[in-house]
Design a protein around this ligand. Structure first.
Ligand code: M6R
Length: 366
């Protein structure tokens, strides 16, 4: 069943090129100019009439929602609120029929997410779901569903479900932008072309597997890890930290790199590994400055970057280069080395990678 892999998690990490290709299949027009989302079930008038979106989820799916906010606000120009499902109901949210609610869930059975969905419906909001499990409760109770085609995810730590959720969010955003005419055709086509080359780029990132495996030993006894990112890489820092916590039981935190100086910088010493997502985009120079601050205080720096630069190399203990693509899609590529890092550290620690203690694959209690 594990197709020769030692754990389901590793198998699922390596399935990502296929899972992404399957999630894209049939959703791009033949001339590669438009997005087709027949399963969405919401009318054009509904999509053009909304004035706000609520993205609601738990855990890894909530991290996908945080990336979704960047995509939707930038490309479809609608304000987005992101909520943790267990918080949503209890804060008396301002929601009505002009607020599209998008719930994200791999399993489609997460009790908190289901309860939030029901609350949104009660208040008259149209509900759309991004889901991996066909005919799950969340899929059945939503007005429309965009299925991720990740295939069954057995490992408790979500990997291919996350990257395919990001793909579904990009498809949905482009579709929304198409309906609302907020994006030039050429920009949409550029993103579509980038989407189509993603499975190949993900394959390339996966080649880092062995290099990452070989770097983890010195960090076996680390008590904490810090993950830093800015912009659309900040949710990936959160996701990298969650992966590490879940399966290796090492405490980890994700932080927006610019917030370091407002507190967490006090934690940095020679024993603290700090992973920095340094992507060549508008905030690259700022991230490099944050990196230098960490270096000056002796932190052990891991860099994940799409830029091979000698200045950064000089600061880094470990340096992982990934290919580059459209900045809106970079979170899909950067999440993969973080999955591999968590996996190899957990294997070295000897934890039960696929069934970590105290966790269930789907959390059906509130
Ligand atoms: O099935 P869901 O996407 O609704 O699950 C949400 C979370 O329970 C889930 O993402 C959890 O955080 C994972 N174990 C993360 O790896």
């Amino acid at each position: 069943e594990k197709s020769g892999y030692r754990h389901f998690m590793l198998k699922e990490i390596h399935e990502q090129p296929r899972a992404i290709a399957d999630t894209l299949a049939g959703r791009i027009s033949e001339n590669k100019a438009e997005i087709i989302l027949n399963d969405i079930q919401l009318s054009t008038s509904c999509l053009t009439g909304i004035d706000r979106l609520y993205l609601i989820a738990c855990g890894t799916s909530w991290h996908a929602a945080l990336v979704g906010k960047f995509l939707i606000e930038k490309l479809a120009r609608i304000p987005v609120e992101v909520d943790i499902a267990s918080e949503f109901r209890y804060r008396d949210p301002l929601i009505n029929s002009r607020c599209l609610t998008l719930v994200i869930s791999q399993s489609g059975e997460t009790a908190d997410t289901l309860a939030a969905l029901r609350q949104a419906r009660t208040q008259g909001a149209p509900v759309l779901a991004i889901c991996n499990v066909v005919e799950s409760s969340i899929a059945r109770e939503s007005d429309g569903v965009i299925y991720t085609h990740a295939g069954p995810e057995i490992g408790v730590a979500s990997t291919k479900a996350f990257t395919t959720q990001l793909i579904a969010l990009v498809l949905f955003t482009l579709f929304l932008a198409q309906q609302r005419k907020t994006l030039a055709d050429s920009q949409r086509q550029e993103l579509i072309a980038a989407l189509m080359s993603l499975p190949r780029l993900v394959e390339e990132v996966l080649q880092l597997d062995e290099a990452i495996e070989q770097t983890v030993r010195p960090y076996l006894h680390a008590r904490d890890f810090l993950y830093l990112g800015r912009g659309n890489q900040y949710p990936i820092a959160l996701e990298g930290a969650l992966k590490l916590k879940e399966i290796s039981y090492i405490h980890a935190e994700g932080y927006p790199a610019g917030e370091m100086k407002h507190g967490p910088i006090a934690l940095i010493d020679e024993d603290l590994p700090v992973l920095v997502l340094a992507i060549k985009n508008a905030t690259f120079a700022k991230v490099c400055a944050n990196l230098e601050e960490v270096h000056a205080r002796g932190g052990q720096i891991f860099i994940v970057s799409d830029c091979d630069c000698s200045d950064l190399r000089a600061l880094a203990r470990e340096y992982f280069i990934i290919p580059t693509t459209h900045d809106d899609l970079m979170p899909i590529l950067t999440s993969i080395p973080l999955q591999l890092l968590a996996y190899h550290l957990a294997v070295l620690k000897g934890t039960d990678v696929d069934q970590p203690r105290n966790l269930a694959k789907s959390v059906t209690v509130e």
